[in-house]
Design a protein around this ligand. Sequence first.
Ligand code: 6GU
Length: 242
Amino acid sequence: MRIDAISIFPEFFNVLDLSLIGKAQRDGLLQLNRIQLRDYAFDRHHSVDDTPTGGGAGMVMKPEPWALALEDVLASDDAAVRPTLIIPTPSGEVFTQRVAEELAGRQHLVFAPGRFEGIDERMSHWAAEHFDVRRMSIGDYVLNGGESAVVVMVEAITRLVPGVIGNSESLAEESHSGEGLLEYPVYTKPAQWRGEAVPEVLLSGDHAKIAQWRREQQLQRTRKIRPDLWAKYVVAQEMANE
Ligand code: 6GU
């Protein structure tokens, strides 16, 4: 998989050189290019922003540096399929595990995180001629810029690329995959710790009973903490039983 991340703070993405994503890059499973947007701003101050047309607070990113940077990305794309352009924005569609699974199957992802009050809307219209464009939010809160959202999305997507995670079983069991239930609680040694014991059943060696207990924990937790996910799960169960 190839990923290009364009930003006025490309160093922001250096955290992706750590741990499993870093190893995936060194193993050749993933090519991550960091691109400085200011390299495509050709005025004296390399400025990438300007005042909002129509008035209002803050600054808006100019479309031209983005178009030039994206044209450079396209020029070096040798794949037969259109690359996917992801524009992080709090006004985008919500990034979920389903979206991560879909994007994990793509050959070439390009991230265009804006700063300030966002990017001139015409950039995404222009880009739609060359890319599959997705405007994505990572949740209902506001960040100063899209860079940290890019780190979140790249991590969620690339860990689903075959070979990036050593133990693919851990992918199947975790929250939000499969049935969409939360994970069960986990414990390690010692069996007694600061006055609290590990649940008895986990020490029983009875694998069927342990699986049943974990399942109950998942159901209880989801119902209590995430009624939204619980409602979806109940509907899916009812459909399956019809
Ligand atoms: Cl993708 N960007 C910004 N600036 N804020 C956000 C976001 C993205 N997702 C949630 N909040």
